[in-house]
Design a protein around this ligand. Structure first.
Ligand SMILES: *Cc1c(COP(=O)(O)O)cnc(C)c1O
Length: 437
């Protein structure tokens, strides 16, 4: 059987298959990919393009990585899947051990799930069950910041930016939570009084909300340092530090979404290290398996997990069919083993340096509002938008790059192993379209 997509396949795709955030009746163009290797995707027409998206921020050590391939293949011959209820297996134990070892000491109890959205839902359920067990059942809402993105399950959706995530479309069904305004002060703000600025602009409105509502708050949930799909913003670490202090002061759990930022992406293993704080619950996903398979983890303190077990249910009321899938755990283990060897640090800082040298100057272009950079993340915010995705994507491919812009953001999250020449292909591709937005 051919692995090539036929014109009939494309017709079927167009008429029957929903792609992410797409129209079924007027879909954007899709490109058949036949294979991928290192930092490149191979299109069916034979072109090789540098993947600037790391497959939605998941791939770390390259496609078709021999070590990751080996981990999957080895596990495949043992057991691909087995229920996690009443059964345990080595890949799950090894993975959770690695996670607990990588994380700060206080984060030590792991729930495995099958996607980032569900990891967030699990974190929210943990906070609700915890305060229920603490006999504070009125603490049943969440506080977050605007411009956030936490996934598409309804719990996660209820804390996504209410304007970007189409809460209105789902009528009264989305749970009502509280939103503080998105932090404004940029990570690299050079103002000598930057902390004062953060206090006034970002901390003050947040502090007011938590002060006034803490009796009904189980948790603060937010992305750590970088707000991804909801606005591609990078905020100042002092804000996160103060959020931690306010959560402690008002007895609210801090749940950090590190699904996109965790495991090296921002130049630290976990983005919360920039603020020198530790959350009560952390959610990891995306890069956990190096981009091979879907898997997520929600890790809490012992206090939270033991607290939950003191409640009326005596246990966490969550369990899924593919919880702890052995194939996914095995490849995640190998991915974490590669991370533990530490090459990512040099790779990410080299990418960051190149972004500062070669992407940052695009800020001077008349159609660019701002360029933002942290670790292996480079964001060009344009001032003529929404961008024409299909047309830009066609031009990027002609320039040898896979970049998928949206709204006012043309951004890259390169694979850590991308070479300097390949990064340059991505940057040149972006530069080449700016005149014609
Ligand atoms: C992608 C993402 C999610 C959702 O993960 P899925 O695996 O798509 O469900 C949640 N939070 C952040 C910050 C993300 O980037």
């Amino acid at each position: 059987m051919s692995i090539d997509i036929t014109p009939q396949d494309l017709d079927f795709d167009r008429n029957h298959i929903w792609h992410p955030y797409s129209s079924l009746t007027n879909p954007l163009k899709v490109y058949p990919v036949t294979s991928a290797d290192g930092s490149c995707l191979k299109l069916q027409d034979g072109r090789k393009i540098v993947d600037g998206m790391a497959s939605w921020w998941c791939v770390q050590h390259g496609y078709n990585n021999p070590r990751l391939n080996g981990a999957v293949t080895k596990q495949l011959g043992l057991v691909s899947h087995v229920m996690f209820g009443g059964i345990v297996h080595k890949p799950a134990v090894d993975l959770c051990k690695s996670l607990v070892n990588m994380l700060p000491d206080s984060l030590e109890c792991v729930v495995l799930a099958d996607s980032g959205s569900i990891a967030i839902d699990v974190g929210m359920k943990m906070a609700l069950q915890y305060y229920n067990a603490m006999k504070k059942p009125s603490k049943n809402k969440f506080l977050t910041i605007e411009k956030g993105f936490h996934g598409d399950a309804f719990g996660a959706l209820s804390i996504c930016d209410p304007n970007n995530s189409m809460h209105a479309l789902y009528g009264g069904f989305v749970p009502q939570n509280l939103f503080s305004k998105a932090p404004e002060v940029y990570f690299h703000n050079q103002d000598p009084n930057v902390k004062k600025l953060v206090e006034e602009l970002d901390v003050a409105p947040f502090a007011k909300l938590i002060q006034e509502n803490h009796e009904s708050l189980a948790g603060v949930v937010m992305e750590s340092m970088v707000q991804g799909a909801g606005g591609l913003r990078i905020y100042h670490p002092h804000f996160l530090k103060r959020v931690r202090e306010l959560c402690d002061e008002y007895d609210v759990l801090l749940i950090l979404d590190e699904i996109a930022t965790g495991l090296g992406r921002t130049g630290k293993l976990f983005a919360f290290e920039h603020a020198k704080i530790v959350p009560d619950i952390i959610c990891l996903g995306k890069a956990l398996t190096g981009g091979y398979m879907t898997l997520s983890a929600t890790v809490s303190t012992r206090e939270v997990s033991e607290g939950i077990c003191k409640g009326p249910a005596g246990r966490l009321m969550h369990g899924q069919t593919f919880m702890g899938n052995p194939l996914a755990c095995a490849v995640a283990n190998e991915n974490l083993a590669i991370l533990a060897e530490g090459m990512w640090k040099e790779q990410v800082s080299r990418i960051e340096k190149q972004l500062f040298e070669e992407l940052a100057p695009l800020a001077e272009h008349r159609n660019v509002a701002e360029v933002r950079i942290l670790g292996a993340i480079g964001i060009v915010e344009v001032n003529k938008y929404p961008v024409r995705v299909e047309e830009l994507q066609k031009r990027f491919i002609e320039a040898g790059a896979w970049i998928r812009p949206f709204n006012k953001w043309i951004y890259i999250y390169p694979i850590f192993t991308t070479s300097p020449d390949e990064i340059r292909v991505l940057i040149n591709a972006i530069a080449s379209v700016l005149d014609d937005l």
